[in-house]
Write a protein that binds this ligand. Structure first.
Ligand SMILES: CC(C)(COP(=O)(O)OP(=O)(O)OC[C@H]1O[C@@H](n2cnc3c(N)ncnc32)[C@H](O)[C@@H]1OP(=O)(O)O)[C@@H](O)C(=O)NCCC(=O)NCCS
Length: 168
């Protein structure tokens, strides 16, 4: 691939972002867990207080440019080290992999993190996704589950509702 273009996502990209979210979920064998809609993505990412940011990669060689990859991220805070950039989703379509698009996206995200005075970039990777684990490690990533023993938890909505009503 000769050229590709990276840019900040715009509201018109929401259908493509959802398409790529679903492709990544499929890649991870968890497609049925995606319940998010285009409406959610539009409201949550492009209002006055966006919950997430997105970069998209485009193939400009087509008559109308095609979105071929994306990264979804947001800023979060760690009480020990302060500001963090959290990389939530990162995906390049299979036929476009290996051309440096992923590396360019990470370069831009690193620049954003440094400019925003973040101390680190955090993300989770599925245990079986060895190709990505190696991709990140080659770029300096440390495996915190192995090195520091952290485990990822969630409290789902039914438990939240139970707790919240128990407190009334
Ligand atoms: C991880 C991912 C976003 C990287 O995107 P990319 O555009 O392929 O990235 P690059 O081209 O910059 O680098 C890919 C690396 O794999 C190698 N590679 C070569 N051909 C490849 C191919 N066909 N597919 C994947 N990787 C290839 C490249 O040489 C490069 O190696 P390097 O680390 O030594 O530079 C992409 O592989 C992807 O979407 N994977 C599936 C989804 C995924 O696992 N996402 C991350 C979830 S945590």
């Amino acid at each position: 691939m000769d050229r590709f273009k990276l840019r900040k996502a715009e509201p018109k990209d929401v259908p493509d972002i959802l398409r790529l979210i679903k492709e990544l979920a499929k890649y991870e064998d968890m497609e049925d867990q995606v319940i998010l809609t285009e409406k959610d993505l539009l409201e949550d990412g492009f209002g006055d207080h966006p919950f997430y940011h997105c970069l998209v990669a485009e193939d400009p060689s087509e008559q109308s440019p095609v979105v071929i990859g994306f990264a979804m991220y947001y800023f979060t805070y760690d009480p020990w080290i302060g500001k963090l950039l959290y990389l939530e989703d990162f995906f390049v379509m299979k036929e476009y992999r290996g051309f440096g698009i992923g590396s360019e996206i990470l370069k831009l995200l690193s620049h954003t993190a440094v400019k925003s005075r973040c101390s680190s970039m955090h993300f989770i990777v599925a245990e079986g996704n060895q190709a990505s684990i190696e991709f990140y490690k080659r770029r300096g990533a440390a495996d915190l589950s192995l090195e520091e023993g952290w485990r990822l938890f969630k409290i789902d909505k039914s438990s939240l509702l139970k707790m919240s009503s128990a407190e009334e």
